[in-house]
Ligand binder design. Sequence first.
Ligand SMILES: Cc1cc2nc3c(=O)[nH]c(=O)nc-3n(C[C@H](O)[C@H](O)[C@H](O)COP(=O)(O)O)c2cc1C
Length: 195
Amino acid sequence: MTVSKTAVTAVPLHPLLAGRWSPRGLDAAHELTEEQLTALLEAARWAPSANNTQPWRFAVARRGTAAFAAVRDALAPGNQLWAHAASAFVVVAAETTGPDGAPRPWAVYDAGQAVAHLTVQAEHEELAVHQLGGFDRDRIAALLDLPAAVVPLVVLAVGRRDAAAELPEALAARERTPRERLPLDSLLIPVPEQA
Ligand SMILES: Cc1cc2nc3c(=O)[nH]c(=O)nc-3n(C[C@H](O)[C@H](O)[C@H](O)COP(=O)(O)O)c2cc1C
């Protein structure tokens, strides 16, 4: 049975937003072109940021390289089960202090927004992005020799979705489950009529 992963929305959304989701079944033979990779990073680069500080940093490792294997080994075991088939990993980090040592309170927010841009561009490129918070931060920081102010936030498994990819049954079942969100009403904070 085919289940739609497209968001069910109160009003129509742009298909790039409604159609994006986070698959685990990825094509282990797929290779990203240089142009695709550049397009993803450019989409992130042009995100807005507080005071235009652009605190996002990216490390790219393509499947088949030693760096890819090292990032894969730093993933949580449940993520390693399927993310090995990604075409590339993109480690996303935030530079949390500026060159003058001043803290950047919005650095993590900004980096997340850059990733959001990247995911939309990926959808346009017919690529899948699955964000992974389940990884060993210290291991990734050591691998990339990151200074203390540059904090790894997430690993992006980027690739091409493969509906026929072999997955453990529990994960395969999640590929078939419709996506869910909290109702919009429950996200709205009541605004007092008189402040
Ligand atoms: C910051 C962040 C961390 C995540 N970490 C993981 C993870 O470690 N493993 C995983 O399988 N999915 C992870 N996800 C994917 C989420 O589970 C997924 O985005 C969420 O369930 C909504 O599904 P959708 O992206 O298909 O709409 C993460 C997503 C984000 C944004």
